[in-house]
Design a protein around this ligand. Sequence first.
Ligand code: GDP
Ligand code: ZN
Length: 459
Amino acid sequence: MNMDTIAAISTAVGESGIAVIRVSGADAVKATAPLFRSRVDLNEAATHTVNYGHIIDPDTGEVMEESLVTVMKGPRSFTAEDVVEISTHGGIVAVKRVMELLLRRGTIRLAEPGEFTKRAFLNGRIDLTQAEAVMDLIRSKSDRAFSIALKQAEGSLSKKIKVLRHQLIELLAHIEVNIDYPEHDVTEMSNSFIRDQSTEVIGEIAQLLRTASEGKILREGIVTAIVGRPNVGKSSLLNALSQSNKAIVTDIPGTTRDVIEEFVTVKGIPLRLLDTAGIRETSDLVERIGVERSRTALGEADLIMLVLNNAEPLHEDEKELLKQLAGRQMIVILNKTDLPAQLSDEELGELVPEQAIVRMSVAEEKGMDQLEEAIASMFFSGKLESADMTYVSNVRHIALLKQAVRSLEDAIEATESGIPIDIVQIDVRTAWELLGEITGDSAGDSLIDQIFSQFCLGK
Ligand code: GDP
Ligand code: ZN
């Protein structure tokens, strides 16, 4: 293992109050000490202390930066190695200066993306699910996605996987005994044991996989298409929901030419809102492209918000759309209720069940609560409040879990068709290895490299 000393800027580059440079490795303290002028010699500093001083150019003695330097000796550090964290003023100039000084001598090199977390993994401080969770924490867009990632970082998924692997090891041990002592006439008992144990593990994995789609939704947001005829108030609704002004609101029909995206959180539920161009036939080329895209967005949406205009009679396009969208997860928004009604409740009632309709006036900020309520109850029915749920939200994990189920199903099938037990053993073993790949217990080097290369620099 090549464990030289590495350094990188660990905070986002750009305007910020402070920036942190992280140094990790055997030489972390020794290589930083000459650059730091302070009452304490860094070489003598106790572990887990924050030291005030100045970063100097050791060649000229010139003071470069006022800094706080934190020393954390391994193994009680993020990487389990000696770690030095230098806090400087934010801004690219200050940070670059300090980085240059650190790298100048050649005892420290620039870290690769994800290398700090990779070291934490290689040094046995965290497992792969936890490392991936660190990455998700960095990227997570909503509070809930954040808490799932946090839970995973704490190892809840790995704990679960370890229990399942343990069950499979017991099964493998049992099979092993049968292979070693074939004269014992226990085949019948053995087959039912294999079947029962495998079925149980399959059940547990299926349980984990059921949380998978919810996990994905939390990470990427519920794809929500706001659709409706021009001028009904789609962009206004999007603005109201996102409280920003990214979409252009106008009085001219058909001005939302393209699909506009906005990521919002409603009652803790992340939505990826798509404001689509008016759905209708058109001869204008630019508008047609917009309409085309909005149809695609409509097809891919998890949730559809169909906006209707209370101040106009129901249009043929809208009746058509309602028919097309039958069976989809949909909320029908009757907007502009501040204006005299032109749209008959009766006609609407025939097409849409009452509970799916939310009456609102975006202009007068009325009905927003009901809309948010409708979204929340529609998707989660309170289910997500359960605090101890282990979510699987990583595509790699989902794929491995599914493969493991397949191997165990193969094992069951094999026992039932009288295939020799040492063949059955291979299937069970495969399942055990696949689960191990989730936690990194049986992950090959190339997989590990691939996972860590997705991290951003300085993590
Ligand atoms: P879109 O074409 O569906 O995106 O519609 P817009 O959001 O651009 O809105 C079209 C027009 O309707 C704008 O002038 C809005 O100010 C107006 N509007 C939006 N919501 C309401 C509402 O609840 N009541 C009234 N009276 N006007 C609204
Ligand atoms: Zn619009």
